[in-house]
Design a protein around this ligand. Structure first.
Ligand SMILES: [Zn+2]
Ligand SMILES: [Zn+2]
Ligand SMILES: [Zn+2]
Length: 170
């Protein structure tokens, strides 16, 4: 994990707590520090395990309470990767979305120009207090490069098309 990124994420969360006038308890600090160092995104289970290793004095209940609080404050966002629910300790404090690699889980934070459209779509139907969740999934450039390498090596003999035709017994 990129150290500078981790530092940004941590500062963002600390700032959110401060603005919400929530105190920075030792347990909260431990959980935030651990989150910032984990590869993003992480599951609640991964976070609990990592906190237990680094800060044995911090119980699971504190981890879950801190996770819930940070999500409530918007410092942590839930993302859905490979059918599992994960969390990102966000770097951006403004409204944003996540671009997630379906293979390695790499997550980027991006701002999109479609928020206005989404809001007016709801407003034009008479809805207020609208929220939206937009996640974009794809294969990141690194995974594409790795995939190409896998496919081209070993460059086996060109046997394609020489085998028996697919059985079509009937
Ligand atoms: Zn984010
Ligand atoms: Zn990837
Ligand atoms: Zn949006």
């Amino acid at each position: 994990m990129d150290e500078a990124n981790g530092q940004h994420r941590k500062e963002g969360a600390v700032e959110r707590l401060r603005r919400a006038r929530r105190s920075m308890t030792p347990a909260r600090r431990s959980v935030i520090e651990t989150m910032a160092e984990l590869p993003q995104p992480f599951t609640a289970g991964e976070l609990c395990d990592a906190v237990a290793t680094r800060f044995p004095g911090v119980g699971r209940a504190s981890v879950f309470r801190t996770l819930a609080l940070l999500e409530h404050l918007g410092a942590v966002q839930r993302v859905h990767t490979g059918g599992r629910e994960s969390y990102v300790l966000c770097e951006l404090t403004a409204h944003h979305h996540h671009l997630i690699c379906t293979r390695c889980g790499r997550t980027e934070e991006i701002q999109l120009g479609l928020d206005q459209q989404l809001e007016s779509a709801a407003a034009s139907r008479g809805y207020t207090h609208q929220q939206h969740v937009v996640e974009i999934f794809g294969l990141c450039p690194d995974c594409q490069a790795a995939g190409e390498a896998e496919r081209s090596w070993p460059a086996g003999p060109a046997t394609a098309g020489k085998g028996a035709p697919p059985a079509s017994s009937s």
